[in-house]
Design a protein around this ligand. Structure first.
Ligand SMILES: [Zn+2]
Length: 256
């Protein structure tokens, strides 16, 4: 579908980038991104994905806005306290660009509903705050063959990676963290604290990786994990190998 005159104006700064161009913007307007978690990572990620004109956005979060969220969850104001985050974030999208089809899902993602909620996405962006959910989202994304941008942080440390574990040479998120954390379900932000501006950096980086996955600009992100240390500050990129024994994407029954 050709871009409208309004879309050409709105996305002019992406269109002039040769690595994105009109073709990339058209891919973005045709894309469906599911964001899991509308907290500190989800808020800036959503703003940049909406800014990029991603045509369809599904926002999954069962939580409501709390006063202590405003330090880092940049979409929300005191008037939103007590309201569902997914609903208020979807309202923001509709005000920002009515051309975007946005669906709030005020539910917790569980093993029972994960496949139904994630099916049909072109990219999944996970900004949730506990291992059990992150592993569930990763296992489902791998089973559905959907690229996963997984972003997390605590205190001053952030990490972002794009995973395509169904491919024979690519790791999944479980290859990286293993099986020990499936039962972990804690709000690490409340326990450890987190620097608000760090969350913003990780969230906008995750949006960039989702745009990369849709448009194909730049280098292949597969198998790389980016670590940001806000204390130094310092940025490192690690290579993650596929774990042949991974129960999600490996082949644990075959002899090593
Ligand atoms: Zn794996």
């Amino acid at each position: 579908m050709p871009l409208t005159p309004s879309q050409l104006d709105r996305h002019a700064r992406h269109i002039v980038l040769p690595e994105i161009g009109g073709v990339g913007v058209a891919r973005l307007t045709a894309a469906h991104v599911v964001l899991v978690g509308m907290g500190g990572i989800g808020c800036p990620a959503l703003q940049y994905l909406a800014g990029a004109g991603v045509g369809r956005l599904t926002l999954i979060d069962d939580d409501t806005v709390d006063l202590s969220n405003l330090q880092r969850q940049t979409l929300f104001t005191p008037a939103d306290i007590g309201q569902p985050k997914a609903r208020r974030a979807a309202d923001w999208v509709q005000g920002f660009d009515p051309a975007i089809m946005v669906t709030p899902v005020i539910e917790r993602i569980t093993p029972a509903n994960a496949a139904a909620l994630l099916t049909g996405a072109d990219v999944i962006l996970d900004g949730t705050d506990n291992f059990a959910t992150r592993l569930l989202v990763s296992d489902t994304a791998t089973a559905l063959h959907i690229p996963l941008v997984s972003a997390a942080l605590g205190r001053f440390q952030g990490q972002i990676g794009t995973f395509a574990g169904w491919l024979p040479d690519q790791p999944c998120y479980r290859c990286f963290v293993g099986d020990a954390f499936d039962a972990e379900d804690c709000d690490t932000c409340a326990e450890q604290g987190v620097l608000g501006a760090m969350v913003g950096m990780v969230g906008s980086f995750a949006a960039m990786e989702a745009v990369r996955a849709i448009t194909g600009f730049g280098d292949d992100p597969g198998g790389k994990l980016h670590l940001i240390d806000g204390l130094k500050p310092l940025w490192r990129t690690l290579k993650i190998a596929k774990d042949p024994g991974c129960r999600t994407c490996g082949n644990p029954t075959s002899p090593a």
